[in-house]
Design a protein. Structure first.
Length: 294
């Protein structure tokens, strides 16, 4: 009854099922592993002390930025150079912008420093000037932003003196010196009242270190892949059952024959005689009783 499974058409169906189910199981397991990794990272982060409360270290000792060093206080010495405004940044449910200054260090590289946040539009904004001369800053270390970071503007076309993303790849094209692949945000307003009007920007948690929306997306994708695997198996059993029932009905003669074409009137018609011509009274088949009286 199941010999049809060896036909070329069913070979293709069987091959698809054999390949699809392991692939769905593999993808579901991989997504589940991603979710478990995020849960583990979140648990480890909760056990660790707040990075901002740990002792400050020189910048070079904390690079490159990872989940451990992100948020740690970093110390750097240099002089402020170019200044940029980062529009479209939200703080305390208000729209505003960051004030970003490049701190040129003795190494020749510059460290992006977010001195604070101001409300309103970055266009024609009055920004407190940066301190002059050599300064030593202590700020919470952050990794360079990317296109998935909150508040990033990748549309381009910003006015001069504005940037949409705080990253070395973006800033290195705007300044004539090298830029650290990291940045710091000052936890307090600058001394002397220079940045007193600005609000400090809190450090953000490193990506993938908490149970954010992406973590639960991984869990949702896990369920979807396993559902796909079960659906493929269900459809295969359903097709096999339907085919087997059809083969059994044919073997028992339960499949009705298709009706043939309706029989056509094949009575001979005399050539040359019109179809509606009156019958010949001399014909032996002529019915006198059925002839209408005129």
């Amino acid at each position: 009854m199941y010999r049809f499974l060896l036909t070329p058409r069913w070979w293709g169906i069987n091959l698809f099922v054999v390949l699809a189910i392991p692939f769905c199981v593999f993808m579901g397991t991989w997504q589940l592993g991603r979710f478990e990794d995020r849960v583990q990272s979140h648990e480890q982060a909760e056990k660790q002390p707040d990075p901002s409360t740990r002792a400050a270290k020189p910048l070079d000792e904390l690079l490159p930025v990872d989940k451990v060093t992100s948020g740690r206080p970093a110390v750097a010495t240099g002089t402020y150079a170019d200044q940029f405004l980062v529009p479209g940044r939200e703080l305390e449910d208000r729209q505003g912008f960051y004030v970003l200054n490049m701190l040129r260090t003795d190494t020749g590289k510059a460290l992006p420093v977010v001195r604070g946040w101001l409300p309103g539009s970055a266009t024609d904004a009055r920004v407190p000037p940066a301190p002059e001369g050599e300064v030593t800053v202590t700020g919470d270390l952050q990794a360079s932003e990317n296109t998935h970071s909150d508040g990033v503007d990748v549309r381009g076309g910003l006015p001069g003196g504005q940037v949409g993303m705080i990253s070395a790849a973006t800033l290195v094209n705007l300044v004539p010196y090298d830029v650290y692949d990291a940045w710091v945000t000052l936890p307090e307003a600058e001394a002397g009242g220079t940045g007193g009007a600005m609000k400090p920007v809190p450090a953000a948690a490193p990506e993938g270190s908490g149970l954010d929306l992406k973590a639960f997306q991984n869990l949702g994708y896990t369920g979807e892949w396993f559902v796909f695997a079960a659906f493929v198996l269900f459809m295969w059993f359903r097709l096999v059952r339907r085919e087997a029932e059809a083969v059994r009905d044919i073997a028992l003669g339960l499949v009705p024959e298709e009706p043939g074409p309706a029989a056509e009137d094949t009575a001979p018609v005399s050539e040359g005689a019109p179809k509606d011509a009156p019958e010949d009274p001399s014909s032996p088949d002529y019915d006198v009783a059925s002839t209408p009286v005129r």
